[in-house]
Design a binder for this molecule. Structure first.
Ligand code: ATP
Length: 232
């Protein structure tokens, strides 16, 4: 198989999994998903909302049913985007290691999985449940900001875990694990949108139009989401 750090190896089947809270989904998520799907020639990207994200237990979350409904509206019309309810329907904490194991059993072995996440999330990965196992289950694509200086892997994960990785194909933006999975660092167009800011603005009755899809904004208003309840 020809080596290429530009995307999934030619001829292979790759599926993107974009995890998050999506409270609410916004154009930053969608645009990043679109650029990564194309750059890696992924068959599709599944948006994977966590029912109980282990890192956000200190803040109230919008009901998972609403978050899934907003995602469905957001991806409607894009044949390459899907919404996964794997974490939405699972009881207990939404640990990624459990999710990736379930996916690995679900997909045939010739389907490669690419977990997509922002650099902000990646920098905390060492705090994730059984995180060292994650790199044996899936490739990772870490979205970086243009001009952003990337930390060394050993600054993010333990030395023991970092020692399993080496630069892949002479590229500085791709590291390969001894087990064969890779971590790709990729820039996408920076859309400086964050769900937390959107929630604040909605609560303050400031417009968020054009930062989230129109149909999602309609849904937010029809259901009175984020109006009075959130303080973060
Ligand atoms: P919050 O502001 O509540 O933390 P968020 O907007 O960062 O929310 P999440 O659902 O927590 O959204 O993020 C899901 C994933 O999307 C994370 O990996 C995060 O790094 C990434 N992400 C968030 N905002 C953007 C953006 N504007 N562009 C690209 N990726 C993003």
């Amino acid at each position: 198989m020809k080596k290429s750090s530009q995307g999934a190896p030619p001829g292979s089947k790759g599926v993107g999994l974009f995890g998050g809270t999506f409270d609410p989904v916004h154009h930053g998520h969608l645009r990043a998903g679109e650029e990564i799907r194309q750059a890696f020639s992924l068959s599709w990207v599944e948006f994977l909302p966590a029912r109980i994200p282990p890192h956000k237990t200190d803040q109230p979350l919008t009901d998972i049913g609403h978050r899934v409904a907003m995602l469905r509206l957001a991806v409607d019309g894009n044949p390459y985007f899907r919404v996964s309810e794997v974490e939405a329907t699972r009881e207990g904490m939404s640990y990624l290691v459990d999710t990736l194991k379930a996916y690995r059993e679900h997909y045939p072995s010739d389907v490669s999985m690419y977990f997509i996440m922002g650099m902000d999330s990646f920098q905390e990965i060492a705090t994730w449940h059984r995180y060292s196992e994650l790199f044996s289950l899936s490739h990772f694509i870490v979205i970086t900001r243009p001009g952003y200086e990337r930390p060394e892997l050993s600054e993010v994960v333990s030395q023991d875990v970092a020692s399993h990785f080496a630069p892949y194909g002479g590229e500085s933006d791709c590291l390969e694990h001894t087990g064969g999975h890779r971590i790709y660092f990729r820039e996408t167009t920076l859309l400086d949108v964050a769900a937390s800011r959107l929630r604040t603005w909605i609560r303050e009755e400031r417009s968020v139009r054009y930062l989230i899809p129109e149909r999602v904004w309609d849904y937010v208003q029809e259901n009175g989401l984020y109006a009075n309840t959130r303080k973060d």
